[in-house]
Design a protein around this ligand. Sequence first.
Ligand code: ZN
Length: 390
Amino acid sequence: MNAEFYLFDIDHGQCAAVHLPNGRWCIFDVGSRADFSPIEWIIDQAATNHPRFNPARHKALATAFKFEKATISHLHGDHITESEILFKHLKTESFGLRYTTPDEQLLTDMRDSNSETSLPLVRRFLRLCRERANAIQNHPTNQILPPPAPSSTLPSLASLFAQQLTTPRLPSLRELLAEQSVVPKPSSLPSLMAARLTPPSPLPPVFPPVAAQSTLVIEPNLGVVKIRERGIPLNITRKIEGSSAQSRVNNSSIVSRINAFGSSILLCGDLEGEGWEFVLNSRLPMLQQWRELVSGVDILVAPHHGHRSGFSTTLLSLAKPAVVLVSVKSGDENVDSRYSGDMISGICLDGTDYCCITTRQKGHIKVTIEPPAIGQKGQRSWSFGDVTLG
Ligand SMILES: [Zn+2]
């Protein structure tokens, strides 16, 4: 089966998704338009194409659908409009969701840089995270986690998240024991539990790659598709020049690289130009992997809706994309003209050359990547507009 990448036309904001060859779905940000919700469309698709579909079961199949993985690049309203629906479709025993865990300063920045209408979306997202932390804690496989601290206000939620969310699903006692291949004597249980309850040492604010954390963590089943993600540690985002509440939240974005059948797609969140220049030119050991993460990509989804403020010459010179995609609303005049310039090699579709393709011009954008013949890259084909939704 093919891999399919979607960049949805939602006017202002962003929502992208990958339909994996194994039939599962990953979603990257959950923006939406008043008259179109990408996440609802995906859920409907998954139910309709389910092997055991019949019209009478549609609702039950849609309700049961779970995303294999979800990433929220950063907490600005235009990227989290549909978080309420997203949380209903995450697996019950683990978060299945990656985002930068806010600390007190980032919460303040989020409050200062979200509009009056966006702020309730951020509050709701954080509340849903907290409820989920509780639900996971009460899940039978996670019974021995410490209880959450009571908290009700937005800033005080940070301390809860900082521990809960930077730690991927902790192994259950059963898994812990299985890993050690020992049957515990009753006397050894307290020491094992004590080891689990020891507060974790400080971790970076973004989930490190799951595999690096522990072999016990259940990894998403992405099949042949590989996804790598990084975020700039929050203490570093504050050292970046030109920093404001808005740019600090943007610079907390998670960047995702998707590799499928030899094609690579880089999703950049709203990372700002100064942020790119800082991480891509830094000699800090913790930032060394950034250059490799962004180098040699086929399709670049432009940072910050293609705005000038997100443009980075260093990013473009490393990524060397064949084509740039931009999620931008009609009437937005800020798409940087350099995305149509010499730094992009360009692609030809139906006799027309493209360096930069925007949702404003083309509507929804779908890239289908076929499994390759031996020793080759899988072919890519493109479609645009409502036809992509079938
Ligand atoms: Zn945005």
